[in-house]
Design a protein around this ligand. Structure first.
Ligand code: SF4
Ligand SMILES: [Zn+2]
Length: 220
């Protein structure tokens, strides 16, 4: 590293001559150094250093956010992807507060009815049968799935991957037990559906009985 001023050269030769000689080697010969580096110049360099550090911190934050990090609205700390609360200040993120609440359709009868009606009418869903004694529905379903009526009858909301009867969801239901079955929440079509019905988008794997799995679906 070269000397920056004559004052620095004098000071270093007085306190550490060996290092001063090394500095001398890097200092261009014949160049007249200023007596002292002005305070203004050092202040400008200091400010530039701070700006550089701020820019690096900002860039690092952007990278973390781009990688799915969750920025805390309270303290600004960027948390790991999927964090439920801020590891710095403990703030619980809105998304998780919303997920922890009952789904909107279980709180809004109009929305629930609209979603249910859409699921009944949509050709790719056909939620039913409306009347549980409607045998024709199962015949149509078996044809749609290219299977037997008995197999079709075994594929119901009650064992669908999207059917939620977890403890937390039970709290959201007006009364789980109904005549001929029980209610659960359909995460796929977002309405309160009946265990003994089904639809064209049925998928094996349910029901959802754990709160953690229920919350995961709610965040999707
Ligand atoms: S729970 Fe499954 S089978 Fe029942 S309506 Fe929803 S997607 Fe269809
Ligand atoms: Zn925070």
């Amino acid at each position: 590293m070269p000397f920056k001023s004559e004052a620095q050269r004098r000071y270093m030769y007085a306190t550490n001559p060996r290092l001063a000689k090394k500095f001398d080697k890097h200092t261009p010969k014949g160049v007249k150094l200023p007596e002292r580096v002005s305070q203004e110049e050092s202040a400008v360099k200091k400010t530039a250093g701070i700006r550089k550090a701020q820019r690096s911190a900002f860039l690092l934050e952007m990278i973390k956010i781009a990688q799915g990090g969750v920025k805390c609205p309270k303290c600004g700390h960027v948390n790991k992807p999927g964090a439920a609360k801020c590891s710095n200040c403990g703030y619980v993120f809105e998304r998780d507060k919303q997920a922890a609440a009952c789904p909107m359709a279980t709180r809004d009868l109009k929305m629930n009815t609209e979603n249910r009606n859409k699921a009944i009418k949509a050709d790719h869903i056909k939620y039913g049968p409306l009347n549980l004694s409607d045998d024709e529905y199962w015949v149509r379903l078996a044809k749609h799935w290219d299977t037997s009526e008995d197999v079709a009858r075994e594929s119901k909301c009650s064992n669908c991957v999207a059917f939620d009867i977890s403890p937390r969801m039970q709290e959201c239901m007006p009364g789980m037990v109904q005549e001929d079955g029980y209610l659960g929440y359909c995460h796929m079509h977002k309405f309160k559906c009946h265990s003994e019905r089904t639809c064209y988008t049925w998928a094996k794997g349910g029901p959802i009985i754990k709160d953690a799995v229920s919350l995961d679906w709610e965040k999707k």
